[in-house]
Design a protein around this ligand. Structure first.
Ligand code: PEP
Ligand code: MG
Length: 328
């Protein structure tokens, strides 16, 4: 095992590219500055998902602009120009705040959460956006909205962003005027209108954790039905394809930041869909990079139509296993 670890570490310095030249940025998911060090030592190319909710969960009141700014700036600076995607507050569902009085809901995952809270509590949202904007002056920061399900939500969020920009400008506080704005694709509605959403934003990041849950109507927290939580379901595969194609057709970048991004079995899917970035837990990065170095994009592209023809998840698993056996 020690030997295997050593071999993995030896590829940390390699460029993440397939034998036939497809480059795939491998970034880290983090939720604190502390986790950043682990990410960097795992050879992460930037941060593809900074889950900011832990900044809110770690205390007994909402973090002030200055407190958020300090954290975002520290992470941006430590990345020395590598990308940092900051996701706006994604509480609700499984993540609750003691000090934020949220009424009990029958269906919290379908309830008052994520961008819905931000658009309802624009004061909180603008505080966070100001902090992100200010940090954008210190690195390659990008902004991402969670749980988007309509064009209206994107526009409403961007209106608050424009207001935050105007304020900072008037106060003479610097920020990146070209700040890129993207959305999580994690609700089936967003997939179905991905062509429309792609015209409103600079990038997509597919959140497979929620996308699988909502596509299959299977609560991701409920162990009773965990056998039904199947990321390799034909419906999920079609969702991924629709999203990537809409992004490509509109010339915007598409990444993946759910658990599936770090799953070795899924790698030929990302390559065949020509995804630009995978963001995952730090501990998966080296393994995925190692597999990437020996997986051809061309072969993956031959595999995709075969996967799309599969009628069952079992068939997809079988095809992916055969493919992986041929690579490893
Ligand atoms: C996702 O839904 O896939 C995701 C990355 O976000 P979270 O796990 O924080 O909901
Ligand atoms: Mg999610």
């Amino acid at each position: 095992q020690k030997e295997a670890r050593k071999q993995l570490n030896s590829i940390a310095g390699h460029r993440p590219v397939t034998p036939d030249g497809k480059m795939l940025e491998l970034a880290a998911n983090i939720s604190s500055y502390k986790e950043l060090e682990i990410a960097l030592s795992s050879g992460a190319h930037g941060v593809g998902l900074f889950r900011t909710e832990f900044l809110y969960m770690d205390r007994n009141r909402f973090p002030r602009e200055e407190e958020q700014f300090e954290v975002y700036r520290s992470v941006a600076e430590r990345l020395e120009g590598e990308p940092l995607i900051i996701r706006t507050l994604d509480i609700g569902g499984d993540k609750q705040l003691d000090y934020f009085n949220m009424t009990e809901e029958d269906n919290p995952f379908l309830g008052y959460r994520a961008i819905r809270i931000s658009l309802h509590r624009k004061d909180l949202f603008k505080t966070q956006l100001r902090a992100v904007l200010r940090a954008s002056f210190y690195g390659q920061v990008k902004l991402m909205y969670p749980l988007i399900s309509s064009v209206e939500e994107v526009r409403a969020a961007n209106a608050v962003l424009a207001e935050a920009k105007r304020e900072l400008e008037a106060e003479g506080i610097p920020f990146d005027k070209g700040l890129k704005v993207g959305i999580m694709i994690e609700v089936p509605a967003a997939v179905i209108i991905a062509d429309l959403l792609a015209q409103e934003v600079d990038f997509f990041s597919i959140g497979t954790n929620d996308l699988v849950q909502f596509t299959l109507a299977v609560d991701r927290m409920n162990e009773e039905i965990s056998h039904l939580y199947e990321p390799f379901h034909p419906a999920v595969l079609r969702m991924l394809k629709l999203t990537a194609e809409a992004a490509k057709r509109n010339g915007i970048k598409v990444g993946v930041c759910g658990e599936l991004a770090g799953d070795l079995r899924a790698l030929p899917i990302w390559l065949s869909l020509d995804v630009d970035e995978l963001s995952m837990s730090s501990h998966s990065i080296l393994q995925v990079k190692e597999r990437l170095l020996s997986t051809s994009q061309k072969d993956s592209r031959v595999l995709l139509p075969q996967l799309l023809e599969c009628r069952t998840s079992a068939d997809i698993h079988e095809k992916l296993k055969q493919f992986a056996d041929g690579v490893a």
